[in-house]
Design a protein around this ligand. Structure first.
Ligand code: PEP
Ligand code: MG
Length: 833
């Protein structure tokens, strides 16, 4: 038999197998071979062969050559623990591959970050039949370079894999496997090594498949997982002893931890454990930051209980209220979007008669203004915190913020956030919204907060200013000392504490790479958004203020696919006039420099009440009077808004979008109003009116709606909550509310098909359009317009430029067949790899 040449299946540094930092490989428990420390992201066939096994987790593969040599390639060490993350197999068991064919793609960055090592052993696992006669080590190898030569050994046993027959009775034992990752390469090697101490012939059976315990590949091929039941059969003089020893080893857990329990929903138990030197929390604002921890603590402002007389304290109180109200009004003028809304909410709270009356009656009882204010507001905040509603508890922060701000004015205390050194990751038991507004972005690069929640104002503000932030970390944060080096991986919901040098360097490299990518993307953001094959996809932006419009334009937005007009209507005592609305819409249209602007009709009501709308409280606001239902219930308000939109010049820049449509009749009513007002204003052209697809009803009747709507835009935030019957604002179900759920994707597919029947385009303006993992799926389903958060437009455009339509379609079809959002996300990560 001619020698078999194995070429390097990946590029990287080749090293002797005994330098692999794992005894299973270094001690050749699985066989002899060479290892490669990879520098690329693909594994390719080292020779012509057939795929013998490929684990579900995609991290290891075995091949068999025509001559019978069996080769195991194990990408990285302990990578089974990644559960498939970062690996995208290109082949399946039974496939024949030729030298150089792609086998597995892997995410090298992720492995460097999360695996124990990336060094990849390439091993001949039937050394009793094949020996290695030439090795290449201690040098850089390119893909396809000669790596090893193997040759058959003389005098092999007829069936080395099964160990041959041994006479005697068969003893049997059935056990349940407690190994977290089942029987993968490492336990297989240890079991084989143990079994070799006995002469008995031992086999392992799972379902109808059996393997000798001496065959690591046979064991891998059984695919034994955690909690599987397996049967051990032993035959031979020492069968009983062998069986006892092997069963005992498996049942000992083999030092492999049981799998972590499924994560609990965020509100029920925000992840708070400390594992592997990492603190877990809830992502409030995504991103990565590398720096040093510094505590920020509020010192309680001292106030005397006793007042200096009722008149004096009342005067002090009134004057402090005036000062703070003016300060908040000033801040409102200089802020936009979410920031503005939060400051306005504080101003409204300051005006609350409950707080004023409560304080005045305490002053009347002889207390100082400060004591009276605290004694009034604090119990209200505590009651909110103690209640069962997690969102209300988050609002308590706003009360405590106001308590502090007013006390600071009353007592003449400086409330500015202290100055921190550069690259500070700020730790706090609790942060107040005003603290975030006062932070120096030049020095504070991330936040990690013990309390708080993902929808708190602190979280919203952090996301708005692009500050990576983790909340709900819990008491595990407390022992952290000032100056401790930390890596805040906010997107992953964790913070690494005191990382080793390698981890630190890897994070810094990722950060530098991300910054370079971002700069490159920004430089190209002005180009028209096209796929790799030239297909045009519109990259639009979601806007909520003029600041958003400017940012969107600078980031390369080709228009706005959603202007949320609520910002104009909330937190005020009367509806904005037509003139006020026209001025605001005009300013936003101007900021877009003539690019198309899709203005969504008012989407208030329910949990977004406007004080001037006499609406009753509803038990189920999400299912009540909201979206276009409000506009149809208050026709004058609808009419005013349409008139304002149609008054924007140049005519034609604005299109109208109707929120929360459930049936065609609602669209018809809006269309009639638009046509009537357009005629009154003498507009020459028909005004395009499209709809948001946010209810399952609209999605499944998209073909009917598209017969009269100029365009369809899927609001995935609401479509997800209504499809899955999960309140998008309820943290108790936050972990389940995922727009990549196949049910939501099927509705999007149906929407695109329905739109296409009448030649209408379908866009997405919900959060899914801003999710890079979702974008190829949406495009594959037929979406041609993505309306995203302004900040992410350069990234989305760069991503679209790498995609091909055929691949997106195949990927989308595969996602539609998945049974869960988690499965879709796995596919999406593989697609992105
Ligand atoms: C949506 O529901 O996806 C959407 C874009 O609307 P909003 O988030 O404003 O409800
Ligand atoms: Mg919506």
């Amino acid at each position: 038999m001619a020698p078999i040449l194995l070429s390097a299946p990946m590029q990287g540094w080749a090293l002797p197998i005994d330098q692999v930092p794992d005894a299973v490989f270094a001690d050749r428990m699985l066989g002899d071979g060479v290892a490669i420390d990879p520098t690329g992201d693909g594994l390719y066939a080292p020779c012509d062969a057939t795929v013998l096994t490929l684990l579900d987790s995609g991290h290891a593969i075995t091949l068999r050559t025509a001559e019978g040599a069996e080769i195991l390639i194990h990408i990285g060490l302990d990578t089974v623990a990644l559960g498939g993350r970062g690996f995208s197999p290109c082949v399946a068991v039974g496939d024949r591959v030729v030298t150089g064919a792609p086998l597995i793609r892997f995410d090298l960055d992720l492995l460097v970050r999360e695996a124990r090592a990336v060094v990849t052993p390439i091993i001949v696992v039937n050394p009793d039949r094949f020996a290695i006669t030439q090795y290449t080590t201690d040098r850089q190898v390119a893909l396809g370079d000669p790596l090893m030569t193997i040759e058959p050994v003389a005098g092999i046993r007829p069936d080395a894999a099964t160990g041959g027959a041994v006479a005697g009775d068969i003893l049997t034992r059935t056990i349940t496997v407690p190994l977290a990752h089942g029987i993968h390469a490492r336990p297989a090697a240890r079991l084989g090594a143990l079994a070799k101490r006995y002469t008995a012939d031992v086999t392992v059976t799972r379902d109808a498949n059996t393997s000798s315990i001496l065959s690591p590949i046979g064991l891998l091929a059984l695919g034994v997982r955690y909690n599987d039941s397996i049967t051990l059969d032993a035959r031979g003089p020492d069968a009983a002893d062998a069986l006892d020893a092997i069963a005992a080893l498996i049942l000992s857990g083999m030092d492999e931890a049981a799998p972590a329990p499924a994560p609990a929903p965020a509100a029920a138990s925000p992840a708070r454990a400390a594992i592997d030197g990492a603190l877990l929390g809830v992502t409030a604002a995504p991103g990565l930051a590398v720096g040093k921890a510094r505590w920020f603590r509020h010192a309680e402002i001292d106030v005397s209980e006793q007042g200096q007389g009722i008149a004096v304290e009342n005067e002090r109180f009134a004057s402090a209220i005036t000062t703070l109200a003016a300060r908040l009004a000033e801040q409102t003028r200089h802020s936009a979007g979410a920031q503005k809304a939060i400051v306005e909410a504080h101003a409204a709270m300051l005006d609350d008669p409950v707080l004023r009356d409560g304080t005045q009656s305490q002053i009347a009882a002889g207390r100082s203004a400060g004591h009276a204010w605290r004694a009034t507001i604090r119990p209200l905040a505590d009651a909110l915190r103690a209640g069962s509603d997690a969102r209300l508890a988050e609002r308590a922060d706003d009360m405590l913020d106001l308590e502090r701000q007013l006390l600071a004015v009353l007592e003449g205390v400086e409330t500015t956030v202290p100055v921190f050194p550069p690259e500070t990751i700020l730790l706090a038991d609790d942060l107040l919204p005003s603290d975030i507004l006062a932070l120096d972005r030049a020095t504070v690069i991330g936040l990690c907060v013990a309390r708080g929640g993902p929808t708190s104002h602190v979280a919203i503000l952090a996301a708005t200013i692009g500050l990576p932030a983790l909340v709900a970390v819990g008491p595990a944060l407390a022992p952290l000392a000032d100056g401790t080096p930390v890596i805040l991986e906010a997107s992953e919901g964790l913070m690494r504490v005191d990382p080793d040098a390698d981890t630190l360097v890897a994070a810094q490299v990722r950060l530098a790479q991300a910054e370079m990518r971002r700069a490159d993307m920004l430089a190209r953001a002005g180009e028209l958004c096209r796929m790799a094959d030239g297909t045009r996809i519109e990259a639009f932006a979601n806007l909520g203020s003029i600041g958003d419009a400017r940012l969107a334009r600078d980031n390369g937005a080709e228009g706005s696919g959603l202007l949320r007009t609520e910002f104009l209507f909330l937190e005020r005592e009367s509806a904005p006039s037509v003139a006020e609305q026209t001025a605001d819409y005009q300013a936003i249209a101007d900021a877009l420099d003539g690019r198309p602007l899709i203005v969504r009709l008012l989407d208030i009501g329910g949990d977004k009440p406007a004080p001037y709308l006499p609406m009753d409280a509803e038990e189920n606001p999400a299912l009540g009077l909201r979206g276009i239902r409000v506009g149809l219930a208050y026709p004058q308000m609808l009419e005013d808004q349409v008139r304002a939109i149609l008054s924007v010049r140049p005519t034609g820049q604005c299109r109208i979008m109707v929120p929360m449509i459930a049936s065609l009749d609602e669209l018809r009513a809006v269309r009639a109003a638009v046509d009537r007002i357009a005629a009154e204003l003498d507009l020459p052209d028909r005004v395009p009116v499209g709809v948001m697809i946010e209810t399952p009803a609209a999605a499944v009747t998209a073909d009917l709606i598209a017969s009269e709507a100029e365009f369809l835009s899927v609001g995935t935030n609401d479509l997800t909550q209504y499809t899955l019957a999960m309140d998008r604002g309820n943290p108790a179900v936050a972990s389940g509310i995922d727009g990549l759920h196949p049910a939501v994707l099927r509705l999007i597919a149906q929407t695109c098909k329905g739109g296409a029947v009448h030649g209408r385009w379908t866009g997405v303006c919900g959060g899914l359009a801003s999710e890079p993992l979702a974008v190829p799926i949406l495009i594959g389903l037929g979406v041609t317009e993505l309306s995203c958060a302004p900040a992410i437009i350069p990234e989305i455009k760069a991503l679209v430029a790498t995609l091909g339509m055929e691949a997106c379609r195949e990927h989308a079809t595969a996602c539609l067949a998945c049974t869960s959002a988690a499965q879709v996300r796995t596919l999406a990560r593989e697609f992105a790899a």
